[in-house]
Design a protein around this ligand. Structure first.
Ligand code: ADP
Ligand code: MG
Length: 298
């Protein structure tokens, strides 16, 4: 392709909301035969909602959410935002309500959060966080987790003073059209893979819904990048599509990094192509544009 063709290609991309950062990115995209998709915020809407709460030890919902909200209000994670939104429902009678103070807050990326609230130690997060904190998992909690994961929901565990007192069930549905995009890519001879920090049960259920066969779950940011490199060493030209800080190492490692426009600045910075409309269909727009630009004789 001539420089003019590349300029035209990038221009057409821009007019369709596909921001291509330079000729090299446009060129690499037509060789892509494997795409690694992040789950949360990429294949799914990324605005999770609380759909159910299971409480043990006679805990009262209103009190439970008071402690959880006080802890999660310090976190930026989409799960935290979902929990706060839900917790507010129990305080609708008091529009000036403020959550109790949380001391010694800390957030463990990919696991959850901890804090001391009203002199009680609160831990909110996944199973690994409970195991790591040496908190025993009651059988009833284990059962709730399995049930949630079958429905493609994520179960968030809550412990108070080292006792698991409840599970918050969170749902983050697929983006409309996600399944069609995966199937269309397949017809274009592009294989799709999913990587996520979420647990295996939920990850497998979502993958099944969207039509992806290969999944890597409970993946930390560097493990997402490792997967990309492994695929490259097998001979694939790999695109990574993601939205989070935790996707940025993989976006950099990929032959073509594509960031969801609604994603974090760090992901957008790390990517070669930005999908401004945050539509998954634009993954195909980008590849099509590259194929057209580099197969045409000008
Ligand atoms: P993803 O790759 O799906 O965006 P993350 O790596 O950010 O996932 O997080 C992995 C898991 O850790 C989440 O699915 C959730 O179970 C747990 N987690 C992370 N942050 C929080 C939080 N603030 N509150 C509760 N759980 C959390
Ligand atoms: Mg994400």
């Amino acid at each position: 392709a001539t420089p003019t063709a590349v300029m035209v290609g990038t221009g057409v991309g821009a007019s369709q909301g596909v921001l291509i950062k330079g000729g090299h990115a446009l060129e690499s995209a037509h060789k892509v035969n494997c795409i690694v998709f992040d789950k949360t915020g990429t294949l799914t809407i990324g605005k999770p909602l609380v759909v159910d709460t299971k409480l043990f030890h006679n805990m009262v919902l209103r009190d439970f959410y008071e402690l959880v909200a006080a802890t999660e209000v310090n976190s930026e994670h989409p799960v935290a935002k979902a929990v706060i939104e839900y917790a507010k429902k129990f305080r609708e009678d008091d529009e000036h309500h403020i959550w109790p103070e949380a001391r010694d807050f800390f957030s463990i990326t990919g696991y959850g959060v901890k804090a001391t609230v009203q002199n009680r130690e609160i831990i909110v997060g996944n199973k690994s966080l409970m195991l790591e904190s040496k908190i025993p998992l009651p059988v009833e909690a284990e059962e709730v987790l399995v049930e949630a994961e079958i429905k493609a929901h994520t179960g968030i565990l809550v412990s108070v003073d080292r006792k698991v007192v409840g599970v918050i069930e969170i749902s983050d549905p697929l983006k409309p059209g996600a399944r069609e995009v995966i199937s269309l890519l397949k017809s274009m001879n592009v294989t799709s893979i999913m990587v996520t920090g979420d647990n295996w049960g939920t990850a497998n259920s979502i993958a099944k819904e969207v039509g992806i066969k290969t999944v890597v779950a409970e993946a930390k940011p560097d493990q997402k990048a490792e997967k990309v490199k492994e695929l490259q060493s097998l001979g694939f030209t790999v695109a990574m599509v993601g939205d989070g800080i935790n996707d940025s190492p993989a976006l950099v490692a990929a032959d073509v990094g594509m960031a969801i426009g609604a994603g974090t600045d760090i992901a957008i910075e790390a990517a070669d192509i930005v999908l401004m409309k945050s539509n998954l269909e634009d993954v195909i727009t980008a590849i099509d544009l590259s194929r057209k630009t580099f197969s045409r004789i000008w």
